[in-house]
Design a protein around this ligand. Structure first.
Ligand SMILES: [Zn+2]
Length: 264
């Protein structure tokens, strides 16, 4: 009897120990599971952050690659320097550095077009107009500064780097893709109306320039309703030097530089 009882106690003790151990294991497992879940959450946050940063870096790398690819292109274009194409598909070598000449305080252009640009301004003024240059040559670094400042503003407002990049692209040319880096582009407004909007086209200065700029080798680079070709909205203030013969042909035909070069 005693032996039997002892066996029962033994059995209960053993079972108790086993279930105790199992319960302990369950508790330990649950605690471990919670810790693992927390760690997974933290890792998911980190992964997302890394993913965003990676996407941003990837797009920057892509950018850099196409800018570098354009170095060869612009080197090939040295004979036809006045026809160098820079747009969203044709970036410019980041090291491109034309010889500059200042035509207004703080505003320089490629020295090869300085005389024509100055003549155009002088003739316009002799016709009683008051023209104001608001942008001329801008280096890659100038453009990068403008772009990064704008992009940082979007990031500060809570945008991811990718979103901020895309937002900035809407209003600022991506460094390497601005025609102003050629030193062949001038933004000219009326001194009386300096806003960069469609109404600029109604000023006497813009009307005179649109009619006469070809005589000095310039074209209105981003005409109305040509965004699908140029990639840029109507800019009645942006003039681009292409040389007198080409400017005449482009103006007479009512085409864009892309169409003249046969890339669109
Ligand atoms: Zn411009």
């Amino acid at each position: 009897m005693n032996i039997k009882m002892n066996r029962k106690i033994k059995k209960a003790l053993v079972l108790g120990a086993i279930s105790g151990a199992v319960l302990g294991m369950v508790i330990t497992f649950a605690a471990a599971n919670r810790a693992v879940n927390k760690k997974e959450e933290a890792m998911a946050v980190t992964t997302n952050k890394l993913k965003t940063e990676n996407e941003s870096l990837q797009s920057q790398i892509k950018q850099q690659e196409s800018v570098e690819a354009a170095a060869t292109l612009s080197a090939d274009q040295t004979d036809n320097w006045a026809l160098t194409l820079v747009n969203n598909d044709y970036p410019l070598d980041t090291n491109y550095a034309p010889e500059l000449k200042e035509i207004r305080t703080g505003y320089s252009v490629d020295s090869r077009i300085a005389e024509d640009a100055e003549q155009m301004m002088a003739d316009g003024e002799a016709a009683g107009l008051s023209m104001n240059i608001c942008s001329a040559y801008r280096s890659y670094d100038d453009q990068k500064g403008v772009f990064n400042t704008t992009m940082q503003e979007w990031v500060n407002q809570g945008d991811s780097y990718v979103d901020a990049y895309n937002q900035t692209k809407e209003s600022v040319a991506v460094p390497g893709y601005s025609e102003h880096a050629l030193g062949l582009a001038l933004d000219i407004t009326s001194a009386d109306y300096q806003e960069l909007d469609d109404k600029q086209a109604d000023t006497p200065e813009a009307k005179w320039l649109a009619e006469n700029c070809y005589k000095y080798g310039f074209i209105l680079r981003y005409p109305l309703e040509k965004k699908d070709i140029t990639g840029i909205v109507y800019e009645p203030w942006h003039y681009r030097y292409v040389g007198k013969d080409v400017a005449k042909e482009i103006t007479e035909k009512g085409i864009t530089l892309e169409e003249y070069l046969g890339v669109k």
